[in-house]
Ligand binder design. Structure first.
Ligand SMILES: C[S@@+](CC[C@H](N)C(=O)[O-])C[C@H]1O[C@@H](n2cnc3c(N)ncnc32)[C@H](O)[C@@H]1O
Ligand SMILES: [Zn+2]
Length: 181
């Protein structure tokens, strides 16, 4: 199951450590595990045939992402781009981001996470919902957001962050929701 990184204390001096490697752009549709290097940007070509979506103000929280066209069930909508970070480091980064109410890191494997605070695309603004219309799936090293059902034009995209409540944020996905993100 694809899920968000759980924040833990771990940064040195409370600051995000810099990685030793300059960011690289991965220009393919597959990342080979053995070729992964900390600091790489997970980025696919811009001309992939994906549905039209856009960032707008959300009634759930701040920015959200909305469908501009009807999206059929299981279609790939967008991938989660950002910087590849070793898991150990991502927990510390996420703890730092959470102090500002942000969740930017996504678990890719037991060794790696993707930090959308660096090189993130619009997918980083997709909000959480307890009964979401989308889901996440890791395919060939890429975190995809896919439609969990047919999504109509104008609907806000949501998926379940699967944080297990570790971010301690009260969920606003619907009136009366008692969920904790
Ligand atoms: C990845 S960002 C999503 C974009 C965010 N709305 C923004 O404007 O930056 C995740 C943050 O959005 C907020 N968020 C997302 N879904 C939420 C929900 N269902 N209820 C309350 N806050 C939510 C939380 O503050 C969370 O840390
Ligand atoms: Zn909820």
């Amino acid at each position: 199951m694809a899920k968000r990184v759980r924040p833990m204390n771990g940064t040195k001096n409370g600051k995000t450590p810099h990685l030793a490697y300059a960011p690289l752009i991965i220009d393919g549709t597959r990342i080979k595990m053995r070729l992964r290097v900390a600091g790489q940007l997970v980025k696919l070509p811009d001309d992939l045939p994906l549905p039209q979506i856009e960032r707008r103000c959300s009634s759930l929280h701040g920015w959200g992402v909305f469908a501009l066209e009807r999206i059929t069930k299981n279609s790939r909508i967008i991938y989660y781009s950002g910087q590849l970070v070793p898991s150990k480091e991502s927990h510390g980064r996420e703890a730092e981001y959470l102090e500002k109410g942000c969740i930017w890191c996504f678990e890719l494997s037991h060794r790696w996470a993707v930090d959308a605070n660096f090189g993130g695309n619009v997918s980083r603004f997709i909000n959480h919902a307890c009964k979401p219309n989308s889901y996440t799936q890791i395919i060939d090293g890429i975190i995809w957001i896919r439609a969990g059902r047919t999504i109509d034009a104008g609907e806000e995209l949501t998926y379940d962050y699967h944080t297990g409540g570790t971010a301690e944020i009260a969920c606003q996905c619907r009136p009366g929701c008692k969920g904790i993100i």
